[in-house]
Write a protein that binds this ligand. Structure first.
Ligand code: ATP
Ligand code: MG
Ligand code: MG
Length: 546
C-alpha cells in the first residue's frame, strides 16, 4: 500500500536549507568556570488533530473509550494515515525552515512495555519527513539552534500506577495519537537557553496551530541530552534525561546533571553514557539504564505502510495559509505600536493562552487571542475616521491591567472572557474623552463582567449614572444640560466648602495641604464621578477667591 497525499510528480522540494555554523565562541559561565556545556533536545509534541495518526476519530474522554481495534493491536487491523497530521507537521516544518522531504517512510521501533499494545511504535527512523531547519532564540544575541530532523510517530498509551492497590492501569486513549518528534542539534549552552528553546518552540507550535504544546497536560514532552567538556576540546559523553514535563523541571534536571558530570570529570573519571530520569522530589537525576543495557529496537520498515509523498504544490498550498510567526509578531508589535518589549512579552504570553482548534480549523472568537484583541481596539476607529487613533499604550494598559486583573480576581481566563473588543474600545474612548472618569471606567468594566447583558458600555454608563460631573463652565461651553437631577461639579464643590468651615479657615491661614481633605470630601460625595484634578482646580479657584 502506498500512502500518498497526492501522487508525486515533482522531484525534491526547493525549500531552502540555510547553512550556518554551529560553532560559537565559548562564554564562561560563572556557575561552572572552565567547562563548556552542550545541550540537545528531543521534543515530542502531540499533533492537534481530531483523529489519531493511523486510526479513529477522537471521541470520549473516559479511559479506554477512544480506542480502535488497530490501537489495541488486534490482529488483521491495518493503519490508514491521517493526512491532517501530515499537514499540521508540515506547517511546523515550514515555520522551522526545515527541508520537507518529497518521500519519507515509516518504521517499526520494537520494545516491550504494557503501554505499547503492538510491541512496536510506528516512527520515522530511517527517512524522516523533514530534515534541517533552525529556530532562533529571542535573545539579544539571536542564538540559532539548528534542527536535525522532524519525524512523525505514534504516541503510546498511558500507564497509571495505583499505589493503594499496587497495580498499573492502562488507558489506551492516547495510544496511536500523532506525535512530532523535533530533534535539535546540540547547539544550546546553558539551561536558560534550553528553556528559551522549549518556550519558543511551544509558541511556534501554537502559532501555526499544530499542537497545544502544553507540558503540564502532556501534549509536549522533552528528552534533554547534555554533555560537559573543556572549551576547545571535543564534546563530552552525553547523557539523556527522559520525559521532562515542565520547563522548570527541565532546568533543574540540567543543572543537577551538569553538576554531576563536572564532579565525575573533576575526580578524573569519565562520564558513562546513560539514559536517566529526573526525580521531582529530590530535584536530581537518577540512572535508568546504561548504554550497554540500551534496548535493541530492531528497527525495520513497516510493510503495512508505503512511502509518504508530499508534493511541492501541497507544500505551497500550506505555505499560503501560514500565519504570522511569533518572532515577526514580536518585532512588529514593538515597531508598529512603539510598545516596550516587556509589555509585548506580556501580551504574547496572554495570546499564548488561546485555544488551538483541531486540524488547523479557524477557531471561534475566543481563539482569536490577545494580540488580535489588542490590534482590533487599536485599529478600529469606531468613533469615525477623523478621530485620533487610540493610544496603544493606553489600550494595552486596559487589557493587561484592568481587564485581565479583574478577570483573574474572578478566577476567569482571558480566553473564556466575553467582553467584545468593540466594547472595551468604547469604554476606553469614554475614559479618554472624559465622559466618564477612570474610576467609573473600572467600575463599569466590573459591572459588565458581573452582569453580562446586551447593553453597550455607553448605554450602561448612562443607566448606572456614571457620566462624569462637569463644572459650570464646561456645562455652559458644551451647551448641553447635565442629566436630569445632576448637579454640576461647581455646585458640589461649593457645597463641600460650606460644610467644612474649619478646613477653609486652615487653608486660608496657609495650610495648603488641607485642600486634599476637601478634594477627598468632593470625591466621596460624587462616588468617583469627578475628576480629582478638575475638583482641585475648582476648589482652589473658589478658595483663592478667583
Ligand atoms: N555531545 C552531545 N551533548 C549533548 N547533546 C548531544 C550531544 N550529541 C548529540 N546530542 C543530542 O542528542 C540528541 C539525540 O537525539 P536522537 O533522536 O538523534 O537520538 P537518540 O536519543 O539516540 O534516539 P531516541 O530517539 O531513541 O531517544 C539530539 O538532540 C542531539 O542534538
Ligand atoms: Mg530521539
Ligand atoms: Mg533520545
Amino acid at each position: 500500500m502506498v500512502l500518498c497525499l497526492r501522487s508525486c510528480s515533482h522531484g525534491l522540494f526547493s525549500t531552502s536549507r540555510r547553512c550556518f555554523s554551529s560553532v560559537r565562541s565559548h562564554q564562561e559561565d560563572k556557575r561552572w568556570p572552565g567547562w563548556q556545556i552542550i545541550i540537545g533536545i528531543e521534543v515530542h509534541a502531540q499533533i492537534k488533530s481530531r483523529r489519531k495518526l493511523f486510526s479513529v476519530p477522537l471521541t470520549g474522554n473516559l479511559p479506554n473509550t477512544c480506542v480502535s481495534p488497530f490501537d489495541a493491536a488486534f490482529p488483521g487491523t491495518l493503519p490508514r494515515l491521517n493526512v491532517q497530521c501530515v499537514a499540521l507537521a508540515t506547517r511546523v516544518a515550514l515555520a522551522l525552515n526545515s527541508n520537507i522531504q518529497s518521500r519519507s517512510t515509516f518504521d517499526r521501533k520494537h520494545y516491550f512495555y504494557p503501554d505499547l499494545p503492538a510491541g512496536y511504535q510506528i516512527t520515522q527512523h530511517y527517512s524522516p519527513f523533514a530534515i534541517g531547519g533552525r529556530l532562533v532564540l529571542p535573545t539579544e544575541a539571536a542564538v540559532p539552534v539548528r534542527i536535525k530532523q522532524i519525524q512523525l510517530e505514534q504516541d503510546t498509551a498511558k500507564s497509571i500506577f495505583d499505589p493503594r492497590r499496587r497495580e498499573t492501569l492502562i488507558d489506551l486513549n492516547r495510544a496511536g495519537m500523532g506525535l512530532m518528534e523535533i530533534v535539535s542539534e546540540p547547539d544550546m549552552r546553558s539551561p536558560e537557553e534550553a528553556a528559551l528553546y522549549v518556550r519558543s518552540l511551544q509558541s511556534l507550535l501554537r502559532a501555526v496551530g499544530a499542537s497545544d504544546g502544553n507540558m503540564e497536560q502532556g501534549s509536549l514532552r522533552c528528552d534533554v541530552n547534555v554533555s560537559v567538556n573543556r572549551p576547545g576540546l571535543p564534546p563530552g559523553t552525553r547523557c539523556e534525561i527522559k520525559n521532562l514535563n515542565s520547563v522548570k523541571f527541565m532546568m533543574s534536571a540540567l543543572s543537577s546533571e551538569i553538576r554531576r558530570h563536572i564532579d565525575i570529570l573533576d575526580s578524573s573519571s569519565s562520564v558513562p553514557q546513560e539514559t536517566r530520569g529526573f526525580s521531582e522530589q529530590t530535584f536530581e537525576t537518577f540512572k535508568l539504564r546504561s548504554k550497554e543495557d540500551a534496548p535493541d529496537y530492531r528497527y525495520m520498515p513497516d510493510m503495512n505502510l508505503g512511502t509518504l509523498h508530499i508534493t511541492e504544490t501541497q507544500i505551497q498550498n500550506i505555505r499560503e495559509t501560514m500565519p504570522e510567526l511569533p518572532d515577526i509578531t514580536r518585532s512588529r508589535l514593538q515597531k508598529q505600536y512603539s510598545l516596550h518589549p516587556r509589555d509585548v512579552e506580556i501580551l504574547l504570553a496572554l495570546d499564548a493562552e488561546k485555544d488551538i482548534p483541531f486540524d488547523g480549523e479557524t477557531g471561534g472568537p475566543s481563539s482569536a487571542g490577545a494580540v488580535r484583541y489588542f490590534e482590533n481596539i487599536c485599529q478600529d476607529h469606531g468613533q469615525g475616521a477623523k478621530e485620533k487613533p487610540r493610544d496603544p499604550k493606553v489600550v494595552l494598559n486596559w487589557i493587561i491591567h484592568e481587564l485581565v486583573g479583574q478577570l483573574s480576581a474572578r478566577h476567569e481566563t482571558f480566553t473564556a472572557q466575553r467582553v467584545p473588543s468593540s466594547w472595551l474600545a468604547e469604554l476606553i474612548d469614554m475614559v479618554q474623552g472624559n465622559i466618564i472618569t477612570r474610576t467609573s471606567g473600572k467600575s463599569l468594566l466590573r459591572h459588565i463582567l458581573h452582569n453580562p447583558s446586551e447593553e453597550s458600555p455607553k448605554q450602561l454608563a448612562h443607566k448606572l449614572d456614571l457620566i462624569a460631573l462637569r463644572t459650570e463652565d464646561q456645562v455652559s461651553s458644551a451647551g448641553t444640560a447635565p442629566p436630569a437631577g445632576d448637579m454640576d461639579l461647581t455646585a458640589i464643590c461649593r457645597a463641600s466648602i460650606s460644610q467644612m468651615p474649619a478646613e477653609v479657615v486652615a487653608y486660608q491661614a496657609g495650610n495648603v495641604n488641607v485642600l486634599n481633605k476637601i478634594v477627598g470630601h468632593v470625591m466621596k460625595t460624587t462616588r468617583g464621578r469627578a475628576n480629582a484634578l478638575a475638583v482641585k482646580t475648582v476648589l482652589q479657584a473658589m478658595l483663592d477667591g478667583n
